[in-house]
Design a protein around this ligand. Sequence first.
Ligand SMILES: Nc1ncnc2c1ncn2[C@@H]1O[C@H](COP(=O)(O)OP(=O)(O)OP(=O)(O)O)[C@@H](O)[C@H]1O
Ligand SMILES: [Mg+2]
Length: 368
Amino acid sequence: MANISIKQVRKSYANSEVVHGVNLEVSTGEFIVILGPSGCGKSTLLRMIAGLESVTAGTILIDDKPVNDLEPHERGCAMVFQNYALYPHMTVAENIGYALKVAGLPKMERATKVSSVAASVGLTEFLDRRPGQLSGGQRQRVAMARAIIREPKVFLFDEPLSNLDAKLRVQMRQEIRRIHNRIRATSIFVTHDQQEGMTLADRLVVMNKGVIEQIGAPEDVYHHPASIYVAGFIGSPAMNFLSGQISATPAAAMLANGERITLPAHVAAAHDGKLAQIGIRPEALSIVPAGSGSFDAVFDFAEELGNARLYHFRFEDLTVSVLSADKPKVKAGVPMGIKVAMDAVHLFDAETGKRLLARGIVLEPVPA
Ligand SMILES: Nc1ncnc2c1ncn2[C@@H]1O[C@H](COP(=O)(O)OP(=O)(O)OP(=O)(O)O)[C@@H](O)[C@H]1O
Ligand SMILES: [Mg+2]
């Protein structure tokens, strides 16, 4: 068990810096997910923690000890990759126990440990098979077991589920969380899948272009995204954005076509005159008769999701999406009213992209 401290860590390849001064404190037993698009530096950061890449500047501490100059095997981390190379000629039991064999552990002790770890990831009945006789998910579990058996202080996962089909991916992420709840090893999990990140993490770290945009509990990041970038990245279907200018009286965001979205008075007053991006999640919008909503938009097409329908409307040159469980009937090309739940509006500074108002103020009702 270990805490990890990342202080002002930078990484450059040749003359180009790809990680720009990252700070992150991970507590013992915590499950951290690093989330971000391809190329944002997730793997690079993880590999620097593991010792597979050198640190250009800054310090990484594990259990309060700087590890910059330690070899990977001296750091107590186990890494689970996307391409977990199992030994094809060995059985599952031999694959899981290999590290202990190399370490010289007696056969009996090894067998006991292998069977206990195999049981913990549901592999007991597969111990005599070879990797070629397993499904992708079962192989993934062997890779997990192989990491667990080393009793690492820290688990590092680099997109371990991205080779699996959608259903297995969900099963395996539940499996990983279940295993974590049991053994509580400090874990850092890298993914570009926001749903995977949301569901697995104690705390989410959202990265963009080599910097951390936001760190927080998944719900907190979802409800209080710190920037337009985070707001657009977290949540599916994705948040809608409209441009507008905030006015104090009437308390509203004025849209380019003269229509307005009503805002809580204290919010509007605090940002009178400011140019803003207005973020509204599709589930915070509803479809009403034309003229009776916050603004009118022309219906384009809908996607059936089973329990709900995702409606796409045209508004100016934008698409506005509305998620509705009521599934109202609408006709293509016909304008409808779009109603905004006022307390669900997110406001971002149009210039900086940062959230306007500290967390808790925009979404909560006016304090008495
Ligand atoms: N060995 C290297 N030499 C030069 N540039 C590299 C090297 N490894 C990574 N990079 C660059 O560093 C940046 C970050 O790469 P990294 O692999 O950390 O991204 P990532 O967030 O893990 O992306 P993905 O989701 O695609 O795996 C990228 O622009 C990449 O091209
Ligand atoms: Mg990567």
